[in-house]
Structures are given as structure tokens and as C-alpha cells.
Design a binder for this molecule. Structure first.
Ligand code: TIU
Length: 222
């Protein structure tokens, strides 16, 4: 077991290696590549790509040390029985969830668009968690998996900062888990939302969590 202290905002984030997990949230083609769900909403998906290289470095560091890695994917059953009409019918996208796009059916499990991008693809032994909502705890067994392994703290990466990352770290916080959100390993289609979500996490004495960088984390590892 290794004890690690990472410089962070509002103060250092400390964790034990056997009680921490790296969470990689929704690095899926549907959000990161043209032709997917993110683009159907009118977004420029290239804005998220800056998160790939730093997340890849953190992933490599966790893998080298044999520390827990968990990947999440937002998506639905092929028959869409777990898709609320309120989610399906929201807004005026060019394609709706479940409709056929260039990467298969949008946000449907098993389609190409639902896959995690090859740069950050899971490897054998890592947890891959499918979720129907924005939060990673809602309607999943994530809390059970974390508690079964004695995990109390999360290093959080993923997209998008103010949607699935924000929802997940708030859910984690209310369940007693502590999160270090890596600013350069998260990304949003809206730079101003990215910046303000990060500020909200660590304000008021880490009311939701801690914010740091991949460089500070990597420099802190033995
Ligand atoms: N639209 C958007 O910014 N995000 C999502 O719909 N899902 C995730 O953040 N994964």
C-alpha cells in the first residue's frame, strides 16, 4: 500500500493506493467523435480531445501500479426500455437516442458510437460500467463495487465536465466518497462551463471535491 499526497485546490488530496480508484467517465465515440450523440446536439466535439493525452498518462500510471481502474459508458438497452421519454424527447437534436447514425444507433449499447475511444480503451481486469443516466451511481452497481473493494477516494477523469462528471462527483460526495477531479483530464463543449464546474467543486472548502492536474498527480506518485 502506498500513501500519496497530491497538491490540489483547495488543499492537498491524500489517498492510500488500496482505497483509490481511477474513474474514466464516458470517453465514448458518441461524445468524442464526429457523427455521434454529442455532435447531434450541435456541439463541436473536437473541444474534448485535449483530455485524451493526459488521461492516457494517468491510466498508464494506474495500470503500471496495478491500482483500480473503472470506466463508465452512458447508453441504453437495444430495446430502449431503460430510456425515459423525458430524455429521448428533450431538445431538437439532428438525431435522437436510438436512431441510426454514422456510428450506429446513438447511445445504444453494442453500437460503435457507444464504445470507448481506442486511445483510452479498457483492458482485461478493469471494470466497465454501463449507466442509463448522467450520474455513474444512478441505476448502477458502482457503489457496491467501490465498497466491496474498500475504495473511499476517486481520481476523476472524463467528459463532459459539467454533465456526467459533475453529476457523478456530486453523487459520490453524498455517499461519502472523496474525489480529486483532474482539470486537464476532463473536458466540455463549453469552456466557460468547464471552468465554472471546476471552480464549484473545490469552492467552500472542497464542498464537492478537490481539483488538481495530471502533472501534479503523476509527480506525486512513487
Ligand atoms: N451533453 C453532454 O455534455 N454530456 C452528456 O450528455 N453526457 C456526458 O456528459 N457523458
Amino acid at each position: 500500500m502506498t500513501h500519496v499526497t497530491v497538491p490540489a485546490t483547495p488543499w492537498a488530496f491524500e489517498f492510500d493506493s488500496d482505497a483509490v480508484a481511477l474513474l474514466c467517465i464516458d470517453f465514448q465515440r458518441d461524445f468524442m467523435e464526429p457523427g455521434g450523440f454529442g455532435e447531434s446536439l450541435g456541439n463541436d466535439v473536437s473541444t474534448l480531445r485535449t483530455a485524451i493525452a493526459p488521461t492516457s498518462a494517468v491510466l498508464a500510471a494506474f495500470r503500471e501500479r496495478g491500482w483500480t481502474v473503472i470506466h463508465t459508458r452512458e447508453g441504453h438497452r437495444a430495446d430502449l426500455t431503460d430510456l425515459f421519454p423525458a430524455k429521448r424527447d428533450r431538445g431538437n437534436p439532428s438525431l435522437r437516442i436510438g436512431e441510426e447514425g454514422p456510428m450506429g444507433r446513438l447511445l445504444v449499447r453494442g453500437s460503435k458510437g457507444h464504445d470507448i475511444i481506442p486511445e483510452l480503451a479498457p483492458i482485461e481486469g478493469e471494470v466497465v460500467l454501463d449507466k442509463p443516466g448522467k450520474g455513474s451511481f444512478y441505476a448502477t452497481d458502482l457503489e457496491t463495487i467501490l465498497r466491496a473493494r474498500g475504495i473511499r477516494q476517486l481520481v476523476v477523469t472524463g467528459v463532459t465536465t459539467e454533465v456526467c462528471v459533475q453529476t457523478t462527483v456530486r453523487e459520490a460526495n453524498d455517499r461519502g466518497f472523496e474525489s480529486l477531479i483532474l482539470s486537464d483530464c476532463t473536458g466540455s463543449y463549453f469552456p466557460e462551463f468547464h471552468a465554472s464546474a471546476l471552480e464549484m467543486f473545490s469552492a467552500q472548502g472542497a464542498i464537492v471535491g478537490w481539483v488538481g492536474t495530471s502533472a501534479d498527480l503523476l509527480d506525486s506518485l512513487p
